[in-house]
Design a protein around this ligand. Structure first.
Ligand SMILES: [Mg+2]
Length: 315
């Protein structure tokens, strides 16, 4: 089977399916659009994921770019929806990756440093669970009526210590994104070159059938432009997010299958890491011809299924 040929697994013989199953030891599974939509499991997905793990002995990890829940909250959701993951360490999420990274960083001192978050409250909860203080998450930050910019700047940015105590700036999806937040992040990043700069993911837009809304990539681009610094991406398709597993020899990318619904993020991630890829049609793409139309722009998957649950009859 040649790479990137988007083979529909339902067209394989029993022998070919068996060979395919033997070609990987580890499965990385995307969340939204692949195994669940928010708090609802996609039909058949729990049964397939559990069969791969429990019947065929595959090591299964859930890998999401969703920064709106902590690792523990995602694990609890997976249990509630019937997925048999052995522990929350089988959840790879950007908020957990950032917290783990800071805990391991010799430059970040949890006793002294705080984190400035342009993002939602889950980031602050995840940091807190790792013993890290933060500010800014989950709230509004607007210029009060009648306030003038020079007053705001003098009040907020007048004390150089304020920026020096910030060990990192984290950007995630933020429905309260504002000029004041951007100004605060810009000030910290420009005046404190030692502060780390992370983004949960660079998803540009979230497309729903009836509307499109800006993703985290849109927010971080503005902050990168004004701070003249580049954020470290802690989500797919950056191979960095797999480093803790590959370094601990818990995963070999050449023996790993990545399952997801997004060509750019999931198949791109598999391609960047040298993993096999299976694209499912329950999210961004609803049929194989839409996938193939992107072949000049984006890496193509090795395998395709209309929905993950279709694998059940083949196993
Ligand atoms: Mg997805």
């Amino acid at each position: 089977m040649s790479r990137g040929s988007a083979i529909d697994l339902t067209g394989l013989s029993a022998v070919q399916v068996s060979e395919w199953l033997q070609s990987f030891d580890t499965v990385l599974c995307d969340g939204d659009g692949t195994i669940w939509q928010d708090d609802t499991a996609i039909a058949g997905a729990p049964e397939v994921v559990n069969a791969l793990q429990d019947r065929f002995g595959k090591k299964v990890y859930l890998i999401t770019n969703n920064g709106l829940k902590t690792r523990q909250e995602l694990f609890e959701r997976s249990q509630r929806l019937g997925f048999h993951l052995p522990s929350d360490r089988h959840i790879l999420s950007p908020t957990a990756a950032i917290a783990d990274y800071l805990v391991a960083s010799p430059q970040f001192d949890r006793a002294r440093h705080k984190v400035y978050v342009v993002g939602n409250a889950a980031i602050a909860r995840e940091l807190r669970q790792h013993g890290i203080d933060s500010f800014g998450a989950g709230g509004t930050d607007e210029l009060p009526p009648g306030d003038k910019w020079p007053d705001f700047v003098a009040r907020e940015f007048g004390n150089p210590e304020t920026a020096r105590d910030v060990g990192a700036v984290v950007v995630g999806w933020d429905e309260y994104f504002s000029y004041c937040k951007m100004a605060r992040a810009c000030h910290i990043l420009c005046s404190n070159p030692d502060a780390a700069f992370f983004v949960t993911n660079r998803d540009a837009v979230h497309k729903y059938p009836a509307f499109c809304i800006p993703g985290t990539g849109a927010f971080v681009s503005g902050i990168e432009a004004c701070s003249e610094r580049e954020a470290l991406e802690m989500g797919k398709p950056n191979p960095l997010v797999l480093e803790p597993l590959t370094k601990a020899e818990k995963l070999r990318t050449e023996r790993t299958l990545m399952i997801g619904d997004c060509l750019k993020i999931d198949v791109g991630f598999a391609s960047n890491c040298g993993m096999l890829s299976l694209l499912v049609g329950t999210g961004r793409y609803s049929n194989l011809s839409d996938v193939q139309r992107e072949k000049d722009k984006l890496a193509q998957p090795d395998f395709y299924l209309s929905r993950l649950g279709d694998l059940l009859t083949l196993l």
